[in-house]
Ligand binder design. Structure first.
Ligand SMILES: Cc1ncc(COP(=O)(O)O)c(C=O)c1O
Length: 418
């Protein structure tokens, strides 16, 4: 069935999460004697059968290296691999497939930009603007660059609800600002940042912007041309695709000017011991044999979410968020961390003085999978003066009944530690 037809059917039928659940084999299991309630989607999403089957098919039928062999298997693998690039281009509405670099994930994409664009354009005394919401992946690569170059990091603050403060952000620019790198959705709090304004303001200062879309791409329709961002990164495994695969979008003018990232096979045009010439983007940035099976299976994930439609997914997850917020707010001693007006389906909380790890352990015994910890966002925890939170995060297959189970399990934590 074509994506368009499937999407039309879904629109007329309303959003039926229960129906989608049938597509995800891992959801149908018992955990400690209870049906699994998987609410750790911000960490990684489960995979639909189509993704699992695409991986299987590649290894069974098409296993070959890409861009090299003249034989049929290699042709097929190359065709399918490149088809993912075109699908990712459409998913982000990028102007050209040349602007899509297939990476290992968000972390890999950010490191690539830091080590190429960053090393070329950031010098001693220069400044990079981040926000207080960032995941470690969007902090540490810039710190490493800043240390190497003698540059510095400026941090745009958030308020007590986890809201990005645009007025404070504006004050951070100086003639030394060389890059802004900010998330579109916070993984720890769920805050949706005003990314359009963030980009517009940076561009008024002629400063390029990298958007960390790891938590946005699974929930929000992204149009990189409309956003006018310079770089956009996300991971396949959070969009119902395989681990170890991701996308880096970059404006062609930047990718053309940037030096390569890693050297090796596939990224070169000619090699002699005297001099090597490089391929054009995106291949210049894709050295070595990649995760071919993963990239090919990622196509199936993009088809899957596109068929349902990100707007429909976002509306469903918003409904779950509102329902869960209202329910959990009534649990005695529960404190929601992150109450921004615009949020994606992430609910971070603490419960009295019970350690979030203990919350996670008790919930696991009830079959409820959440994440507990600092969520690779220690500066966010520091901002709220807590070591960690418990975090439930929603995906397209979650239901209100599962939130009822979560609510009951959280109340059980109180009984256990009461
Ligand atoms: C906002 C954000 N950025 C970056 C990352 C890193 O993604 P990956 O580990 O897939 O590279 C994550 C992962 O949780 C994230 O939530």
């Amino acid at each position: 069935m074509s994506s368009k037809i499937q999407s039309e059917i879904l629109k007329s039928a309303g959003f039926d999460a229960a129906r989608f659940r049938a597509d995800f084999p891992a959801l149908h299991q018992q955990v400690h004697g209870h049906p699994l309630v998987y609410l750790d989607n911000a960490a990684t999403t489960q995979k639909p059968l189509s993704v699992i089957e695409a991986t299987d098919k590649y290894y069974r039928e098409d296993n070959a290296n890409i861009h090299r062999g003249l034989h049929l298997l290699s042709e097929r693998a190359t065709k399918d691999y490149e088809a993912t690039r075109v699908k990712a281009q459409a998913f982000l509405n990028a102007a050209s497939h040349q602007e899509i670099i297939l990476t290992k994930g968000t972390t890999d994409g950010i490191n690539l930009v830091a080590q190429t664009f960053g090393r070329k354009n950031v010098g001693a005394g220069d400044e990079i603007i981040l926000s207080a919401l960032e995941h470690h992946s969007n902090i540490v690569p810039w710190q490493m660059l800043a240390e190497e170059k003698g540059a510095s990091i400026k941090v745009s603050p958030i308020d007590d609800s986890g809201e990005f403060l645009l007025e404070e952000y504006k004050k951070l620019f100086s003639p030394k600002t060389k890059l802004v790198a900010i998330t579109q959705v916070s993984n720890a709090l769920g805050t949706i940042t005003p990314i359009e304004e963030i980009i517009k303001i940076a561009h008024e200062h002629e400063v390029p912007v990298l958007v960390d879309g790891a938590q946005a791409a699974p929930h929000i329709t992204v149009d990189v041309q409309k956003l006018d961002c310079d770089f956009y990164v996300f991971s396949a495994h959070k969009v119902y695709g395989p681990t170890g695969v991701g996308v880096l979008y970059g404006k062609l003018k930047h990718l053309t000017a940037m030096p390569p990232y890693q050297g090796g096979g596939d990224m070169i045009s000619t090699v002699t011991f005297e001099k090597t010439t490089y391929q054009k983007p995106p291949y210049k940035f894709e050295a070595g044999t990649p995760n071919i099976a993963g990239v090919i299976a990622f196509s199936a994930a993009l088809d899957y979410v596109t068929a349902i439609g990100l707007n429909a997914i976002a509306a469903h997850e918003h409904e779950l968020l509102v329902y869960a917020t209202q329910k959990l707010s009534q649990v005695p001693g529960l404190r929601l961390i992150g109450t921004a007006k615009k949020k994606a389906g992430v609910l971070s909380f603490t419960l009295g003085d019970i350690h979030p790890n203990d919350i996670g352990t008790v919930l696991d015994r009830e079959g409820v999978a959440i994440r507990a910890g600092h969520h690779c966002a220690q500066p966010v925890m520091e901002r709220f003066q807590i070591p960690a939170t418990a975090r439930a995060s929603f995906g397209l297959y979650n239901t209100k009944e599962e939130i009822d189970v979560l609510d009951k399990a959280v109340r059980h934590v109180l009984e256990v530690f009461g």
